[in-house]
Design a protein around this ligand. Structure first.
Ligand SMILES: Nc1ncnc2c1ncn2[C@@H]1O[C@H](COP(=O)(O)OP(=O)(O)OP(=O)(O)O)[C@@H](O)[C@H]1O
Ligand SMILES: [Mg+2]
Length: 385
């Protein structure tokens, strides 16, 4: 877990040149009585991110978003939004004007149409009932794909449409940052696809989106960066692509079981001698339904999947030829389970072990020269699709 701990360190990230941090928190903490809902959270949301606050029920997602929106007062810590200090009331008010949010189930009137409801939201927020306001309402209805159903009563909308109307309300002010708490909660798969597509579209249109979700799969599909929370604490934060690549790799199977430990030795030696891109290797069991080589074990190489041919060539250089070479891509679910220590058999590819010595497979996995790189290997849970 060492490498995970490195990733999880809640250090402020160094933004890539030109990437503006539009939302940042430090030591953000919320205590309800004796319950620590959010614990020393350090978040960084860059302009253009679709940022996912990810965590199981009760991990502090809603509390965090509500603190950012000024609806809940933090116990400790600082927040900045668009470079403004959120603890100063005037600064906070100015910053929040640039934010659109659904923090609660929006209360729409069932017998009014989508358009009338949005007009209601606008006028309730103090906008005059003018042609300009009506035009803005039509723009956001178009944006969320409800223009053709704008005249239908809200109660006739599907759940997905209701959710999109909520997002439309959040978009009325043309915000730079859109905060959505569990935007796909309660939606069926089709509704989720609709809302995800809308979020992608908003991001492409230049908005920054901060959303919360407990659905890893969903976050993987829609977010560019994530923060993973558990019991109020930040476990990891980073680009989804980086988190995923850390749980991707290459699987090798050998027709001759004698070749397995030899291949492992070569790969680990390459890792130990500093190739840079081979991080380690483990023996793993094939996932159900996959081909089981004689001896039963595969070699899992922790390296970028696109370098499979190079791993193959490395072994070929030593006269070892794999009977099967397979790439596997990590997923956030596996990453999350590894991070939260919930991973366990029978995770495909993840069931790590030493090839049974009793059956004569030669050297144990950790050859002395390779022990360091093997220790540095990621938890072996990645790969299951
Ligand atoms: N107003 C409150 N008073 C007391 N405790 C609260 C309050 N709001 C939240 N909590 C507690 O704070 C913790 C975090 O809750 P929060 O709603 O932020 O989690 P969440 O990640 O949004 O969960 P979910 O996925 O269920 O929405 C929970 O233990 C919750 O019971
Ligand atoms: Mg919540």
């Amino acid at each position: 877990m060492e490498s995970m701990a490195m990733m999880a360190a809640p250090q402020p990230a160094v933004p890539a040149p030109g990437r503006e941090i539009i939302l940042g928190t430090r030591g953000l903490t919320k205590r309800y009585g004796r319950r620590l809902a959010v614990d020393q959270l350090g978040l960084e949301v860059f302009r253009g991110d679709v940022f996912g606050l990810l965590g199981p029920n009760g991990s502090g997602k809603t509390t965090t978003l509500r603190m950012l929106l000024g609806l809940v007062w933090p116990t400790a810590g600082t927040m900045s939004l668009f470079g403004r200090d959120m603890s100063a009331p005037l600064e906070r008010r100015a910053a929040l004007k640039r934010v659109g949010a659904i923090a609660e189930q929006p209360a729409f009137y069932p017998y009014l149409s989508g358009r009338e409801n949005l007009l209601g939201v606008a006028t309730f927020s103090g906008w005059p009932d003018t042609a300009a306001t009506r035009a803005r309402v039509d723009v956001v209805l178009e944006q969320v794909g409800l223009a053709t159903r704008a005249k239908d009563a809200y109660k006739k909308y599907s759940l997905g449409m209701k959710q999109r109307l909520g997002i439309a309300a959040a978009l009325l002010t043309n915000p730079e940052l859109i905060i959505l708490d569990e935007p796909t909660n309660g939606l069926d798969p089709a509704g989720m696809v609709e809302v995800r597509a809308l979020i992608g579209q908003l991001a492409r249109g230049g908005a920054t989106v901060l959303l919360s979700s407990h659905l890893l799969h969903e976050v993987q599909q829609v977010c560019t960066r994530v923060a993973i929370l558990k019991e109020g604490r930040l476990l990891a934060q980073g680009a989804v692509a980086d988190l995923l690549s850390s749980s991707s790799g290459i699987l090798l199977a050998f027709a001759d079981p004698e070749q397995l430990p030899k291949a492992a030795g070569i790969v680990l030696e390459a890792a130990g001698s500093g190739t840079g891109w081979i991080r380690g290797a483990q023996y793993v069991l094939p996932e159900p339904g996959a081909w089981t080589p004689p001896g039963g074990w595969l070699l899992r190489v922790d390296a970028p999947p696109e370098r499979a041919a190079e791993v193959n060539a490395l072994l070929g250089g030593h006269g070892i030829y794999a009977a099967e070479v397979r790439r596997f891509e990590g997923n956030l679910e596996q990453y999350f389970l590894a991070l939260t220590g919930q991973a366990g058999p029978p995770a495909a590819y993840g069931q790590q072990g030493q090839a049974p010595m009793a059956q004569g497979y030669g050297q144990p996995m950790m050859a002395p020269h390779a022990a360091q790189s093997a220790q540095a290997a990621r938890p072996t849970t990645g790969g299951q699709q």
